[in-house]
Write a protein that binds this ligand. Structure first.
Ligand SMILES: Cc1cc2nc3c(=O)[nH]c(=O)nc-3n(C[C@H](O)[C@H](O)[C@H](O)COP(=O)(O)O)c2cc1C
Length: 189
């Protein structure tokens, strides 16, 4: 059921770093993005796949994790993503990427969950450092990074509290809680 898959597809930020994500699996996930909608059918998204410790170590320091968890700087060594997909916009095709990368990311993340993996969209990036570390040519716009791996954390959805606070939090057991607004608050008519 699509709803079950979407409920399961929570942003995951702690992983079993030693469980590899193969290049074949990453390619299968990009295939899902390839088949997804694209504005004007320009298909300007390009991808850098990374699943080796050396390459991964060039990406990790460029990412900002879970802004609301002020005391948590991001996953420790051993709990970091086993793979990344760096999503790029090819400005030689168009410079209007609109929501293409959001659509593609959701296809990839749902596919990842179906395969027993988890992931997180990271858009808060040190763009300069990432471009330099990966030698990304200037005609690519860096759009976002997907962090992927075998999940090592539990993430649950909560009804939003009456104070309306949308900040996610982690309890004493390490479970990550994500408040979602109720359906009736979203549909205005
Ligand atoms: C466009 C976009 C950008 C995001 N950027 C980051 C990010 O830079 N760092 C991070 O830790 N999470 C990031 N997230 C994950 C959100 O924090 C997460 O989706 C939100 O807390 C709700 O949790 P859920 O995905 O489990 O529903 C991003 C999500 C989206 C859709």
């Amino acid at each position: 059921m699509i709803k079950d898959l979407i409920i399961k597809s929570r942003s995951c930020r702690r992983f079993h770093q030693d469980v590899a994500v193969s290049t074949e699996i990453l390619r299968e996930l990009i295939e899902l993005a390839r088949l997804s909608p694209s504005a004007g059918n320009y298909q300007p998204l390009k991808y850098i796949l990374s699943n080796k410790p050396d390459a991964n170590s060039k990406i990790f320091p460029c990412l900002a994790w879970a802004g609301y968890l002020k005391d948590w700087p991001g996953p420790d060594e051993g709990e970091r993503p086993a793979a990344y997909i760096v999503m790029l916009g090819d400005t030689r095709i168009t410079n209007k990427f609109l929501c293409n990368h959001g659509v593609a990311a959701q296809s990839i993340l749902l596919g990842a969950v179906e395969k027993g993996l988890g992931g997180c969209i990271i858009a808060s990036l040190n763009l300069e450092k990432l471009r330099e570390n990966l030698s990304i040519p200037s005609y690519f716009e860096i759009l976002q990074v997907l962090a992927l791996g075998k999940p090592k954390e539990t993430v649950v959805i909560e009804e939003i509290a009456s104070d309306g606070d949308i900040k996610y939090w982690r309890d004493q057991n390490g479970t990550h809680h994500v408040p979602k607004r109720p359906l009736n608050d979203l549909i205005i008519r």
